[in-house]
Design a protein around this ligand. Sequence first.
Ligand SMILES: *Cc1c(COP(=O)(O)O)cnc(C)c1O
Length: 451
Amino acid sequence: MPTKFLLPEDRIPTHWYNVVADMPHRPPPPLHPGTKKPIGPADLAPIFPMAVIEQEVSDQRWIPIPEAVREVYALWRPTPLHRAKRLEEALGTPAHIYYKYEGTSPAGSHKPNTALPQAYYNKQEGVRRLATETGAGQWGCALSLACRIFGLECTVYMVRVSYDQKPYRRLMMETWGGTVIPSPSNATAAGRRILEQDPASLGSLGVAISEAVEDAASREDTKYSLGSVLNHVLLHQTVIGQEAKAQMELAGEYPDVVIGCHGGGSNYGGLCLPFVADAFTGKKVRFVAVEPAACPTLTKGKVAYDFGDTVGLTPLVRMHTLGHAFAPPGIHAGGLRYHGAAPLISQLVEDGLIAARAVRQLDTFEAAVQFARCEGIIPAPESAHAIRGAIDEALEAKAEGRPRVILFGLSGHGHFDLSAYDAYLRGRLEDYDYPAEDVDESLAGIAQLQP
Ligand SMILES: *Cc1c(COP(=O)(O)O)cnc(C)c1O
């Protein structure tokens, strides 16, 4: 029985899969925050190129991947599918555990899968520069790389606390030629407003989004790029699930359950949506999205219209949300900190197709370390949520004495997140469940946004 299932380069998918074509309930459209009417392509044109806007609203099932993008995908795609035999043995489970590993990309995560086409389409439409935000730096790295490859400038607003504490990803971005600005910054009105209130602000992803959107909207030569949440991002990520399906076929199995970590929904959407297509046609397969208890968007949030950012510059998006003012506590080290979720994933959770689970960070890091000690790869703390979910499924199979086939997404490696491992290994991490009362309070703040 092989340990890895590998596909040749000519099996890099030729199309992205657009789940919207097959959904029984499509997510309702984003609204203009002023008029509360659905936004049109013209509203998005200042910040996104037309090809991306068309994909965002497309209901075409298969969308061709430009050959120039496939050629760059070939730098690391197809990514490997592993059978976690050593983990299975350590757990003593009859379950078969497979993982699709996206950490082999140059940036170390799945994020270049969408950064590349986004940079490509912008270049095609004559855009000279992209602006974006980044938290721990994975997205900024992916976009800096993609911009370098397709000949664009890249400006990354990086959450201040990460900028100060995580220099390595900043240096990766700079190595690929990106310009990195700590957020909140004096470069934008949104940043200046936050700094006036709190000159020592550590920043947040929401504030950084506000800065990047403002940068793009106020400059003719610049557009904005988002690394998760939106339909076109999940679309681009479906190369993961399409390859995984072909690789599971090589292994001669089909998953009973497909598991992934969920922050904004892009790696999980990319892995699960091609399998969701099978579920729509009657195939028996379960889906589990795993998120941190400290940022419980899918399990404690509510489905409502909310801003994508903190300041309120984006359209209103209907999704599971903890409220745009939500910020997870500093003690939470595992990433996946965004207040919202991809509308596509939200809808599938609402429709009961995808189950959501929240896990605590000590259990999550315990799973990460167990995985690293069996399989060798040190997982990104984000990915460790998926590992926790997979191990729990495997232990359930053991308790039942029945085999099951588990597929999970290992979205990236953790080589630049070792400070979080340091905190765990030195006993400095604590569990934290975001209290329901605080969620209610945060959600009260979005009541007036509803149409
Ligand atoms: C960004 C990131 C995530 C979370 O984002 P999603 O959009 O939910 O995928 C998960 N894992 C890794 C390695 C990441 O870099």
